[in-house]
Every structure is written in structure tokens, then in C-alpha cells.
Design a protein around this ligand. Structure first.
Ligand code: ADP
Length: 260
């Protein structure tokens, strides 16, 4: 079955001043997949995600969304298609969890228009899916890190976008909460056909949960493809500078890294 291309990146470069951070990046993201962007600290993962969400404005003709240059979309149009869960979201403490999740509906509201019953229902469903409904009246400052991460994902879900980008969504969480979030993303793909693109530090979780992986190093793509094509001894040893062995996870057959 041919996969429908959603985001097409062609020859993307990015520099902060004189520092070249993304160097000739080509990636084709297609519908209904979970993509993991992996690579050491400073390899350019966040900068890549920020270019796709236009938090950093890419050069023209380097990122296409549904075959149209991404820079040609209005902010509102883009927010209906792509939602973003950044790292270390700073949140105003006076907001309730409900307020935060309802913010996901902003792209659909006219100026000064308040949320309709439909918007509230969508927010409620997003909270139920992320197991945050019981927190709805709590102040965002008074919940745990894992709960806050689920609330930010609920806000992104309320945007009802076909594509969700997340920057290291589980790196601050314990294994229970990591698996919980990754399972939510998996069910979004399966039930709502959402395309998920996320950076991940944990290579074994990336191997297990992602359909495709993109391995970056020093602003370049070293390897992209199925986990079994990317999580290979030579790739991991070269990029991370450590000695590893790769075994097949006996439960799901995915490549699994073990350390010497
Ligand atoms: P990763 O997400 O893989 O850790 P980043 O995209 O955050 O990588 O960073 C890539 C490189 O860009 C790093 O060398 C980092 O120091 C640099 N960098 C990131 N953000 C900025 C910035 N705002 N100004 C200057 N340099 C930056």
C-alpha cells in the first residue's frame, strides 16, 4: 500500500549565527506512522522539530506540508494541522487544567469568541483519553510532572490535528509514565490515524514504539528507516561512541540494544 506523504523536507539547512545545526536534511513523513527522531544531545533534533512547527521559520522551499510550502500557511491553518508538545513547557500557574486543555481549541475560535459546547466536549474527550479528566479543576502548578505532560498532550489533542510533534515527551518521566504516554500516542495512531513525530532519548523505547526512526548526528541524518535498519551495531557505535550489542527483543522482535 502506498503511503500518503504529509510532510516533505527537502534540503533543509539551519544555522544559529555561524553555527551550522541542520545540514541538508531530507525526510518524507507519511500518514499514520509513528516517527522517532534519535541522536545524541546537540545533534539538531529540537531544531528540526522547531522548523517543522515554524517556531523557527524555515527557508522557503525546504518544508512542504501536503505539497504546499509550509511558510505559505497562516498560523491558524497550521495549528489545525500540526500540534506541538515542546520540551519544558512553561505554564502560567493561575490556569486550571481545563483552561489549559481548552487552549487547544484557540485555532478554531474567532477573535473574542468563547468556547462552544462542542469545544468543551472535545476538551473533555481529550482529557479522558489522557487520563487527566479527574484533574480538570486543579491548578496546573499543583500537579506532578507526569500529570502535566499528559495535560499538555491533552491540549495538543484538543487541536484535533492530523500531525502531532513532541520533543522528548517522556524524558522526565519514570518507566510507568513513559509507557503510559507512549501507549496514548500509539492509540492515537491506531484510533484517530494521527501521525506522530517525536524526539526520543531512550533508544529501546524508540525501537519498540516507532514505526520508523531517523538517526541524527551533528545536524545530519546518519540513517533513516525501520528500527531494524537503523538500530544496528555499527550505526549506534559510530554515533554514540559506545560499544553495544543488538539483540532481538524476544517479545516483539524489535532490535534491542544491550551495553557491554
Ligand atoms: P538536540 O535537540 O538534538 O539536543 P538542538 O537542536 O537542541 O539539539 O541543538 C543543536 C545545536 O544547536 C546545539 O549545538 C545547540 O547548542 C545549538 N543551539 C540550540 N538552540 C540554540 C539557540 N537558540 N542559539 C544558538 N545555538 C543553539
Amino acid at each position: 500500500m502506498e503511503e500518503k506523504s504529509m510532510i516533505n523536507i527537502k534540503g533543509l539547512h539551519w544555522s544559529y549565527g555561524n553555527e551550522k545545526v541542520l545540514d541538508d536534511i531530507d525526510i518524507d513523513f507519511s500518514k499514520n506512522n509513528i516517527y522517532g527522531i534519535i541522536g545524541p544531545n546537540g545533534s539538531g533534533k529540537t531544531t528540526l522539530l522547531k522548523n517543522i512547527t515554524r517556531s523557527l521559520m524555515p527557508k522557503n522551499k525546504s518544508i512542504y506540508l501536503f505539497e504546499k510550502d509550509i511558510i505559505a500557511f497562516s498560523n491558524r491553518e497550521l495549528a489545525k494541522i500540526i500540534s506541538y508538545v515542546p520540551q519544558n513547557t512553561s505554564l502560567e500557574f493561575e490556569f486550571s487544567v481545563m483552561d489549559i486543555v481548552l487552549m487547544g481549541r484557540t485555532p478554531y475560535l474567532k477573535r473574542l469568541q468563547s468556547e462552544s459546547f462542542n469545544d468543551i466536549e472535545i476538551a473533555e474527550n481529550s482529557m479522558k483519553m489522557t487520563n487527566t479528566w479527574k484533574l480538570r479543576n486543579k491548578n496546573i502548578g499543583n500537579i506532578s510532572g507526569g500529570e502535566r505532560q499528559r495535560v499538555i498532550i491533552a491540549r495538543a489533542l484538543s487541536q484535533q490535528s492530523e500531525i502531532m510533534l513532541l520533543d522528548e515527551p517522556v524524558s522526565q518521566l519514570d518507566i510507568h509514565h513513559q509507557v503510559e504516554i507512549l501507549n496514548i500516542l500509539k492509540s492515537l495512531k491506531l484510533e484517530k490515524k494521527v501521525t506522530v513525530i517525536m524526539s526520543l532519548h531512550d533508544l529501546n523505547l524508540a525501537s519498540q514504539y516507532c514505526d520508523k526512526l531517523i538517526l541524527m548526528d551533528e545536524g545530519k541524518i546518519v540513517k533513516k528507516g525501520f528500527p531494524k535498519e537503523v538500530i544496528k551495531r555499527e550505526n549506534i557505535e559510530k554515533v554514540y561512541g559506545i560499544k553495544v550489542d543488538i539483540i532481538k527483543n524476544p517479545i516483539n522482535e524489535k532490535p534491542h540494544i544491550i551495553l557491554y
